[in-house]
Design a protein around this ligand. Structure first.
Ligand SMILES: [Zn+2]
Ligand SMILES: [Zn+2]
Length: 238
């Protein structure tokens, strides 16, 4: 971590101490997310293939899409169209608030039900967050996916690895790109030389999933490195 990112975190911490917390969604004073706003975020439980939208158990990639994609499934805690959730993610991401991240991490942890774990070999699982490019990490000061990954690792007593999957290409915002253009992007990830992934179930964590392209790129390199299963868990799905 650079001196600059330390300074940014210190400044944000000082702001949190000097100014009282306000709810990220409605602005009421006292909490990072008030009780009324918390209760408006409902766990959705994915039931469809992220690539084609067909119904599937727990968000598993369907048989048709499996041939063309590395990702085995995607489970999202809630829907991104929830305005409270969107406001909370924005506040958390751009004005790093560790406490808000803890609240949001709680939704992800609670969405991983026994039915979710029955879809994979949990005894062999490792939790890996989608990394930020080092340039973005310096700018932002923290990786929001890493905070979620650590919450999952702690809640389910699973190992968390934040340094084996690396992002070495910086893509500009993909929001305006068509699905075809996103697919044509070169894979921005690589796995550092290691054999710790051989035969492992990877729980691949990110904050928001849209088309699944980023997660699929990461799943491809994780499988090349020997992972048996790569299942993604996100806070929201757009
Ligand atoms: Zn509120
Ligand atoms: Zn499908």
């Amino acid at each position: 971590m650079t001196i600059r990112s330390h300074a940014v975190r210190l400044l944000r911490f000082a702001q949190d101490v000097v100014f009282p917390y306000t709810c990220a969604a409605c602005g009421v004073e006292g909490e990072v997310l008030c009780a009324a706003c918390r209760s408006s975020i409902t766990l959705s439980g994915s039931g469809e293939c992220v690539f084609c939208g067909d119904a599937s158990v727990g968000g598993a990639t369907c048989d048709t899409c499996h041939g063309a994609h590395a990702l085995d499934g995607l489970t999202a805690a809630a829907a991104y169209h929830n305005a409270v959730l969107r406001a909370s993610i924005g506040r958390w991401k751009y004005h790093f608030q560790a406490l808000l991240g803890e609240v949001l991490g709680g939704y992800v942890v609670r969405s991983l039900t026994p039915a979710f774990w029955s879809l994979m070999d949990r005894t062999n699982a490792i939790v890996i967050p989608i990394p930020l490019h080092p340039y973005r990490l310096r700018y932002r000061g923290f990786n929001q996916a890493e905070q979620l990954a650590r919450a999952i690792g702690e809640a389910y007593a699973l190992p968390v690895s934040c340094d084996i999957l690396v992002r070495f290409r910086l893509h500009r915002s993909q929001a305006h790109k068509t699905h075809e253009k996103r697919l044509a992007l070169k894979n921005p990830f690589k796995v550092l030389p290691s054999d710790i992934l051989i035969g492992k179930t990877v729980v691949l964590v990110d904050d928001v999933a849209t088309t699944g392209t980023t997660l699929d790129h990461a799943a491809a390199v994780l499988k090349q490195a020997g992972s048996a299963c790569v299942w993604s868990v996100t806070l929201a799905k757009g």
